[in-house]
Design a protein around this ligand. Structure first.
Ligand code: SF4
Length: 274
């Protein structure tokens, strides 16, 4: 069983803190007036360098009931406002594939729209993702070159292999079906904001006509990484647009200090079980 232990809110987002039976706290965030972003794991073994979710390590997968309870507990407080679930909080959903798949089926039976965010690790589960009845998947690239991506996502699959799977799975789809898939690129100052990475990324995205989510970095305490400047952000946006890509920018909910992308964490106020 999962317990709701606290809610912190500001003008934009509501952060839900849940406690597991074995004493960990995990988090979900309600944003845009209709979407709950939920966690799939207690901690994260992927360890993306910019992200708070994996910075205390990885403890365990969440079971199906714990995935569902994040929604049920929040929905009760929010009196039915949740219509969309984003499995994009703490954890890599593909590393907890069976529980995520079970929860997705139940959410869909409840008429919720469900999207998933993933680094495509591990590849064997990434392949299976295309068979699920989801409403959208964002694949985190964060680089155009493998050597750069490896610096940002230390536990990751080879970019060329991910691209091959995307080509194999998406090329046969109609452009309407393909719209459910987009590539994520989170910009980090002086790490992945160079032309070489962006050009390689844009060429691949445009070859499959995939939409791009261009994300601003949220600063996480204790991490040395910096967001790019506003000017650079717009310059890169225009650069990607010049390839004919549809590019969305981080909205105000995602760059919000409370509950923005990459800021959810395990055991927020606890000094415990490491
Ligand atoms: S961005 Fe996602 S996959 Fe990467 S460390 Fe954070 S939670 Fe894990």
């Amino acid at each position: 069983m999962l317990k709701l232990v606290d809610i912190i809110e500001d003008d934009l987002n509501k952060l839900f803190l849940y406690e597991t039976e074995d004493g960990y706290t995990i988090e979900g965030v309600f944003y845009r007036g209709n979407t709950l972003c939920i966690s799939s794991q207690v901690g994260c073994p992927i360890g993306c360098v910019f992200c708070a979710s994996g910075s205390k390590g990885f403890f365990r997968n969440l079971n199906t009931n714990e995935l569902l309870m994040q929604y049920k507990l929040a929905q009760k407080i929010l009196r039915g406002k949740i219509t969309n679930i984003a499995i994009a909080g703490i954890g890599e959903p593909l590393l907890n594939f069976e529980n995520v798949k079970n929860a997705l089926t139940i959410f869909k039976n409840d008429n919720l729209k469900v999207t998933i965010s993933t680094t495509a690790y591990p590849l064997k589960n990434f392949e299976k993702l295309f068979e699920l009845n989801h409403n959208g998947v964002t694949i985190s690239f964060h680089a155009g070159l493998q050597k750069t991506r490896k610096k940002i996502i230390p536990i990751s699959e080879d970019l060329e292999k991910i691209k091959s799977i995307l080509i194999k799975k998406l090329l046969p789809l109609s452009s309407r079906q393909r719209k459910k898939y987009q590539l994520g690129y989170l910009l980090i100052d002086s790490l992945n904001d160079d032309k070489e990475n962006l050009k390689a990324f844009a060429e691949f995205a445009s070859s499959l006509k995939l939409q791009v989510q261009l994300m601003m970095l949220n600063k996480v305490e204790g991490k040395p990484y910096k967001p790019v400047s506003e000017e650079k952000y717009i310059e890169i946006f225009k650069f990607l647009k010049s390839y004919g890509l549809i590019v969305t920018l981080s909205n105000r909910y995602r760059i919000n200090k409370l509950g923005g992308c990459g800021t959810l964490c395990v055991n927020r106020w606890k000094n415990q079980v490491q």
